[in-house]
Design a protein around this ligand. Structure first.
Ligand code: FUB
Ligand code: ZN
Length: 654
């Protein structure tokens, strides 16, 4: 069966609530921010006076570039991308449910973007307003193609949701402008921040025009093939001031430009850039059946997920360059774990699944999604984390300049606002991640209550998932196939489960998982499938080479990682430990943190001696007294919703 089309409708309470949050809170709230309305407090993402955090000004930049208002550009050179991501989130919300008021707003945004576009298709408010002579002349830092890629993604989504022709024309005009300037027949050059490649692939998938695939491949394949493109371009840059302070001092690996991509095999540099690069590589590899490109993705994926990823699906071990560092360097309290990086990891996993039917992509996708991505937003949808720590002491944030990025509460908005709208666009399109269809195989990647129609020239398949996963591991599929064609359903068996049972039409199936999926050939008519995964609290230890986690364990229940918060367990969380037999008790609770399953466990708390006195004392003078305590764990993504307090994911074990 060729070219199967898939339509999903989520009916799951957990995910519907998030989608409602995006539609009712995030989109209107972010609209206010982008318009500089309301009393919204913007914080710099770390203690750096150079971060522009007075206002967003993002839509005003477009009005100025369009000649509607007078003034100067304000914000990061990539401020336009906040508007594009908002538009993309709005597009998915409209695709789910039409809302005339939102559509009207979004249509006006499209008009404004088109007005800000120059005659030749160029689009980028900073350069149009402030330094037109520098267009495409400072690609290391300019983010011109990065912003263009975000617009192309938004345009593809908005066109699909609403049929708005102007948005697609504007995006294609921009792609043509970029192709003329920097395509194979133009000047040599690629952006310091990958993203245009993703946008071009989306235009390719939408329009079928090979030019966009070729241009995406061009940018991917010339990356890192030069001796020193950024350095050479800097010599001819007519501008005097750096577009982003200090960025031109960063090593080539920060931009994944240290080697041609086909020769890269480890996760280097800025985490978001790397996962965006890999997302486009995996997409282009699947589209053009390029095994070499795919192989590089596989190697780097392995390095990320087997040596450089936090248990929460967070990536990026240091604030310096928001970057990867080295194998097994996963510090819980200084890490970066940017929300955007985990959003990008979800994108990447989805693209890898198009070529490789491996359950590990789904496992990492849900790890990132249920933990770092969700922790990126407060439960009110109006406060956001940029950095998602695994251990926090509010005093360190306050007094240790090296931890000024590790915030104990989510700000209302951030000077660099890449994460909030990125999170919004992913949550608004989460239905696209449930299945991965390739040829006659449909992989069930995420489990959530949903209804799906897969149609092709030879017939249709309807799949209904009934489940309250991950509260329970019971997932019932009702499948109806019309037409006589080959179709198999692959069900992901997550690596974290220690027991999985499958029944087909009531009969126990003996099917074994291959690379994380159990396959079932679906006959014409109705098939009832019941997948039962054991979900229980499990303590996980890290590889002993992870220095930060030695002697400690993290608690997870299915895909959801848990943490201890001061609010439930008192101050000084470093003093507590888990008993060897923790005797976990699960409790379904409804309260400030929504409907969650909390877990309590037996543990101990070291007592601080009353007359502690000396900072150091001989160990032989006696052991510290410990008192039994009951530890109270909550899902990691719900932390920091009850004010500033300590938190830890890893806990010492006895
Ligand atoms: O450079 C644009 C965006 O800003 C990146 O993707 C984020 O990491 C933040 O640095
Ligand atoms: Zn971000």
């Amino acid at each position: 069966m060729e070219e199967m089309k898939i339509q999903n409708r989520i009916t799951d309470t957990f995910w519907m609530n998030y989608r409602k949050l995006v539609r009712r809170e995030m989109i209107p709230y972010q609209w206010k921010v982008l318009n500089d309305e309301g009393e919204i407090r913007i914080e710099p993402e770390r203690n750096d006076p150079g971060i522009p955090a007075e206002k967003s000004h993002a839509l005003e930049n477009f009005r100025i570039a369009a000649g509607i208002h007078e003034g100067h550009h304000y914000g990061w050179v990539f401020q336009d991308s906040d508007v594009y991501k908002w538009l993309e989130a709005a597009a998915y919300a409209l695709a789910e449910e039409m809302d005339e008021e939102l559509k009207e707003k979004a249509d006006r945004v499209v008009d404004l973007i088109a007005e800000a576009q120059e005659e030749d298709g160029y689009l980028g408010t900073y350069f149009t307003i402030e330094e037109p002579e520098r267009k495409f002349k400072s690609l290391q830092n300019s983010h011109e193609l990065y912003c263009a890629g975000h617009f192309m993604e938004a345009a593809a989504a908005y066109y699909q949701a609403t049929g708005n022709a102007k948005v697609l024309e504007t995006a294609e005009k921009l792609a043509d402008c970029i192709e003329r300037a920097l395509g194979p027949a133009g000047s040599f050059g690629y952006d310091g921040h990958e993203e245009v490649e993703i946008g071009l692939m989306k235009l390719y998938h939408l329009t079928g025009k090979e030019r966009y695939l070729n241009l995406a491949r061009h940018f991917l394949l010339i990356r890192g093939t030069d001796q020193d493109f950024f350095g050479e371009q800097k010599k001819t840059d007519p501008g005097k001031k750096p577009l982003i302070r200090g960025m031109d001092q960063l090593p080539r690996s920060y931009f994944q430009a240290h080697l041609p991509v086909l020769q890269q095999s480890s996760a280097e540099g800025h985490a978001v850039r790397l996962v965006y690069l890999l997302t486009a590589m995996a997409d282009a590899a699947a589209a053009s059946r390029d095994e070499a490109l795919l192989n590089s993705c596989r190697k780097i994926w392995d390095n990320i997920t087997k040596k450089r990823m936090f248990i929460t699906g967070g990536i990026g071990s240091t604030v310096h360059g928001e970057a990867f560092t080295f194998d097994y360097d996963l510090p819980n309290d200084t890490m970066y774990c940017e929300t955007c990086a985990s959003v990008g990891l979800v994108f990447l996993a989805r693209q890898m699944l198009r070529s490789d039917a491996r359950g590990e992509y789904g496992d990492v996708m849900e790890r990132a999604l249920y933990n770092t991505v969700l922790s990126g937003t407060a439960l009110d949808g109006k406060h956001f984390f940029y950095v998602n720590p695994l251990e926090v002491n509010p005093a360190s944030y306050k007094y240790d300049p090296g931890k000024s990025h590790v915030k104990p509460v989510r700000p209302e908005w951030l000077g660099c606002a890449c994460c909030p709208p990125n999170l919004a666009r992913l949550l608004a399109s989460v239905d696209q991640y449930i299945y991965s269809v390739n040829g006659s195989t449909c992989l069930a990647v995420l489990y959530m209550k949903s209804e799906t129609r897969i149609s092709g020239p030879e017939g249709e398949v309807w799949i209904r998932q009934e489940t309250d996963y991950p509260k329970s591991g019971e997932i019932a599929f009702s499948v109806r196939k019309t037409g006589d064609f080959d179709f198999q359903l692959g069900l992901r068996i997550p690596a974290w489960t220690d027991q999985a049972e499958l029944r087909v039409n009531g009969q126990l199936s003996s099917g074994k998982a291959q690379d994380g999926f159990v396959y079932l050939r679906i006959p014409e008519g109705e098939t009832e499938i019941l997948l039962s995964l054991s979900i229980r609290p499990i303590l996980w230890r890290a590889d002993p080479r992870v220095r930060a986690d030695i002697g400690k364990a993290a608690l997870a229940r299915g895909p959801i990682v848990y943490c201890l918060e001061e609010r439930d367990n008192g101050k000084d969380l470093h003093l507590v430990s888990l008993d060897r037999e923790p005797d976990f008790e699960e409790k379904e609770e409804e309260g400030l943190l929504g409907r969650i399953i909390s877990i309590s466990a037996k543990g101990k708390r070291i007592q601080i001696p009353e007359n502690a006195g000396d900072l150091y004392s001989p160990v032989e003078s006696g052991t510290l007294e410990k008192k039994p305590v009951r530890l109270h764990f909550i899902p990691y993504y719900t932390w920091a919703n009850r004010g500033s307090n300590e938190m830890t994911v890893y806990v010492r074990t006895e």
